[in-house]
Design a protein around this ligand. Structure first.
Ligand SMILES: C[S@@+](CC[C@H](N)C(=O)[O-])C[C@H]1O[C@@H](n2cnc3c(N)ncnc32)[C@H](O)[C@@H]1O
Ligand SMILES: [Mg+2]
Length: 362
């Protein structure tokens, strides 16, 4: 879904985060693990780096085995932060980590307007080198990177940020990363950070106007993570939990019917008794007695072990994911043989006969 179609996202649970100048996508890879984020977007003017590193954001096999509880879409765009694209509207947070010092002054001016005037996220984080810290760097370079167009001291960055905040109705506070040693603490952080928060709620009319802008960014990657919000993945997760539990219950039940030699605590006569129907019945009666106190234990009916769905539904995770017994029944239906009233999974005993002889042979 295009984030732009979601309006201002002011009263919602899903969080949209974009990283401008995302380069090798290292921040996006970390943000992927934040449970509240449902849309992650990266933008960079360097298409090659996006194509080279984009694969690191794609789902792994484990994501299919253990789908996320929330939906998560990751999109990478090739484009310039000096251009307005409605794909970047409605975001909660936009980060620009070590980006602005790579922009020529005219591009920086356009970027200011694009970020704070057009994209207008609820919050923005901008980091840039603090040139005062450079005296502590071994080679003491003028600039830390050949592509830097400028490096600001704290006063320069703060006055730029405060001006912008006033102009676009944001509030800004400052912090940084990379503390100097105590004896040099006057130079400030290695990298300085401005955290901007929007002071207003954008009108629907203004949002709608912006949505009409033409899309100029080129999408180079979009991946949708498997999530239990999607029926097929939810079903897989529920069936995995419920069926492994059902299998365990059925095996325990069988074990009680046909105890291994060493498990038997019966009399000497009983130890010699072959596994004939009479033994079966007495085992069953004992089993029934011991399980009477438990809610909905497995039971034998006809020539099949029945595992009640109610028991599986009472597993906390299954209950949370299904919401109602009906939903669990529908998921099981077609997957496992069910009793005629659909209240239990049916495991025919004749299939187990081989197992029985295996057990008694051991
Ligand atoms: C120092 S890197 C950013 C590092 C990255 N944010 C991180 O945290 O690892 C600067 C990035 O900004 C990108 N960039 C430069 N000018 C840009 C522009 N006008 N629009 C979008 N990205 C731009 C560069 O291609 C580069 O990948
Ligand atoms: Mg830089």
């Amino acid at each position: 879904m295009n984030p732009a179609s979601k309006g201002s996202n002011m009263s919602k649970n899903n969080t949209l985060v974009a990283d401008l100048g995302c380069s090798e996508c290292s921040l996006l890879r970390k943000l992927k693990f934040q449970d509240c984020i449902e849309e992650l977007v990266g933008v960079d003017i360097d298409e090659d780096v996006l194509k080279r590193k984009g694969y690191t954001l794609t789902p792994l096999p484990i994501h299919y085995l253990q789908p996320l509880e929330r939906p998560l879409t990751v999109t990478l765009y090739h484009g310039s932060v000096s251009e307005k694209d409605p794909a970047l509207l409605g975001f909660d947070l936009i980060t620009c980590i070590e980006l602005i010092e790579h922009l020529e002054s005219d591009v920086l001016e356009e970027f200011q307007d694009v970020l704070f005037g057009f994209m207008a996220p609820n919050a923005a984080v901008i980091s840039t080198p603090n040139v005062e810290f450079n005296v502590l760097l071994s080679e003491n370079p003028r600039f830390r990177h050949p592509d830097h167009k400028f490096e600001w001291n704290r006063k320069e960055f703060q006055s730029w940020a405060i001006n912008i905040s006033r102009q676009y109705n944001y509030t800004v506070e400052f912090t940084g990363v990379g503390e100097p040693k105590p004896e040099s603490k006057d130079v400030g952080y290695c990298s300085q950070i401005g955290i901007f928060r929007k002071n207003y709620t954008e009108s629907e009319e203004s949002m709608n106007n912006k949505k009409n802008y033409e899309n100029v960014y080129k999408r180079v990657l979009q991946v949708i993570y498997p999530s239990i919000r999607e029926e097929k993945y939810l079903r897989n997760v529920v069936l995995n939990i419920a069926l492994s539990h059902a299998n365990r219950m059925k095996s325990n039940f069988l074990q009680n019917l046909f105890p291994k030699e060493e498990d038997k605590t019966s009399t000497a006569d009983n130890e010699k008794e072959p596994y004939v129907m009479s033994h079966w019945c007495s085992s069953l009666q004992n089993l029934a007695k011991t399980m009477e106190s438990k809610d909905n234990p497995p039971y034998l009916e006809g020539d099949a072990i029945h595992v009640p769905l109610q028991t599986l539904f009472s597993l906390p995770k299954v209950k949370e994911l299904c919401g109602s017994l009906d939903v669990l029944q529908n998921m099981m239906n077609g997957e496992m043989p069910l009793s005629s009233d659909r209240s239990a999974i049916v495991y025919p005993l004749h299939v187990e006969n081989d197992l029985d002889s295996d057990i008694s042979d051991e």
